[in-house]
Design a binder for this molecule. Structure first.
Ligand code: SF4
Length: 495
């Protein structure tokens, strides 16, 4: 007798993907939250503890307000496990998934970051599609959907290498450490590190991404498991080596650079040892659901944290207060490592806007805002919703702007705000032009947005999330990463 097959409408997949996108960007999985909370209690560096506090408070605000914890709401990766006894009715499954992504990003005020083609047409698709979809046929009568919004800061620092089998476990550890050190602060540590080992090159990469879905195991539990399980023992060994790098939260030193390591392994060719390292920032986001023909997608998203920190625990009393525009005497007094609260006017710009600004300078055209003594914040915020002044608005990686910033310092720019290290040439240019580089907490986008009291687009609206905004900020918390003497706080903190 032929078994009757279960029918699932692809419109249900659209609904489910939309729900999962919203949930994933707003609510950190409980195990991730607790993993970060665990290292917050282990960390001894005061600077790193402050960053971890901000990260946890930010996650809490995101879950309570149902707004994205980070402004980079990512490229959407979807893992689909289709039960082989299911019949799909409706449009093709990839279109159904992309419709769900588009719906969530349009309706929920999420930043759309996808461009049409990586090489030939870098215009924004306006829908945050297409998603990257991995489909697997499995036994059963259900469909499992897992949505992983992945930010570029940590994805860009991920890597794959084909080792020789003779390099063995030491080769794997060395490659992971090399990748983490190279990433430094750019991938918004503390990190969750997915490691895929085996298969072919592309399969190892997929395994590394999948490893990020595994539960974060707190160190005390991992130590117990390591005694009876060789995979756990290997994860612990790698984690301990990573902590020894001293990179710390946000890269300013500390004994907790990662809150977990997760390995997925597979068979390989006798002559191969592929290893992929997928770095994931503190915003390690994913959400999953198993659906069948009777599933009703929840209308509301709920957060179930067991622990939470109050915003009031962040103590800004030791911060210097500075009013903008930056004056030479203020810049002179600022030293690498100083904590500062900025108040006044700043402008936003990231990659595409910088290119336009620099082109305008080269052609001698007027700029859309006064550059002299000005401060540019490297950010691409989420759109505002409800009564928000601006959507979540954390910093992006400033090093990408280095060649442009150098050309804007001459015409009068004095300050930049972003995240991560700057190049030696950039630091020299900061010194020569008596400027300053501030770092804001990477990924603390909800917390930072609360310090922005007005926002308006003043140039390049066609760039969408990359348009230039004029912002009025009040007590905007930053740390001096490079001062006007060219001192780099990242160097001083021993990375
Ligand atoms: S926390 Fe940092 S690396 Fe992660 S998505 Fe946000 S900006 Fe990107």
């Amino acid at each position: 007798m032929i078994k009757s097959r279960l029918e699932i409408k692809t419109s249900l997949i659209t609904e489910a993907v939309s729900y999962l996108c919203k949930k994933a960007v707003c609510i950190l999985p409980e195990d991730v939250y607790e993993g970060i909370n665990d290292i917050y209690h282990r960390e001894t560096s005061e600077t790193a503890r402050n960053f971890l506090k901000e990260i946890l408070v930010n996650a809490d605000i995101a879950s309570k307000t149902l707004r994205p914890m980070c402004q980079d709401t990512g490229i959407v990766v979807v893992f689909v496990e289709v039960g082989q006894d299911v019949v799909l009715r409706g449009e093709d499954i990839e279109s159904a998934i992309n419709k769900g992504v588009e719906r969530a990003y349009q309706e929920f005020g999420l930043r759309k970051s996808m461009v049409n083609d990586a090489v030939f047409d870098r215009t924004n698709t306006g829908t945050n599609t297409p998603a990257v979809i991995h489909t697997k046929i499995v036994p059963g009568e259900t469909i499992k959907l897992t949505v992983v919004p992945k930010g570029s800061g940590s994805e860009n620092m991920s890597a794959v290498k084909m080792l020789s089998p003779s390099e063995g476990v030491d080769g794997i550890i060395n490659f992971v450490l090399e990748t983490v050190k190279k990433a430094g602060p750019n991938s918004c540590p503390p990190l969750y590190i997915g490691i895929g080992i085996g298969g072919t090159m592309e399969y190892a990469c997929m395994l590394a991404k999948k490893a990020l879905l595994n539960e974060v195991i707190p160190v005390s539990k991992l130590e117990k498991l390591a005694k009876i399980d060789k995979k756990r023992a290997f994860e612990l060994k790698i984690l301990n080596e990573i902590q020894k790098t001293g990179i710390g939260a946000e890269g300013f030193g500390g004994k907790c650079t990662a809150f977990g390591v997760s390995i997925e392994s597979y068979s390989s060719h006798i002559a191969s040892l592929p290893v992929a390292v997928n770095l994931s920032c503190h915003a390690t986001r994913h959400a999953e659901i198993v659906i069948d023909e009777n599933t009703i997608i929840p209308e509301h998203i709920e957060s179930k944290y067991k622990v939470s920190l109050q915003e009031s625990i962040i103590d800004y009393s030791s911060y210097k207060k500075i009013s903008l525009p930056l004056r030479n005497e203020d810049i002179k007094d600022l030293k690498a490592g100083d904590r500062v609260l900025l108040s006044g006017e700043i402008h936003t710009a990231r990659d595409a806007a910088h290119k336009k600004l620099v082109d305008a300078v080269k052609k001698g055209e007027s700029l859309p805002f006064e550059l002299k003594d000005g401060t540019i914040y490297h950010v691409g915020p989420c759109p505002a919703v409800r009564d928000e002044v601006i959507g979540p608005a954390g910093p992006t990686t400033s090093a990408r702007m280095d060649s442009y910033t150098r050309q804007l310092l001459g015409p009068g720019l004095k300050g930049t705000i972003g995240k991560g290290r700057r190049s030696p040439e950039m630091i020299e240019s900061i010194r020569k032009n008596h400027a300053v580089y501030f770092v804001a907490t990477g990924g603390a986008a909800c917390l930072i947005a609360k310090k922005i009291i007005s926002a308006e687009v003043v140039a390049y609206p066609e760039l969408g999330p990359e348009a230039v905004y004029r912002l009025e900020v009040k007590d905007f918390p930053v740390i001096v990463a490079v001062d006007s003497n060219g001192n780099d706080f990242y160097d001083q903190t021993g990375q």
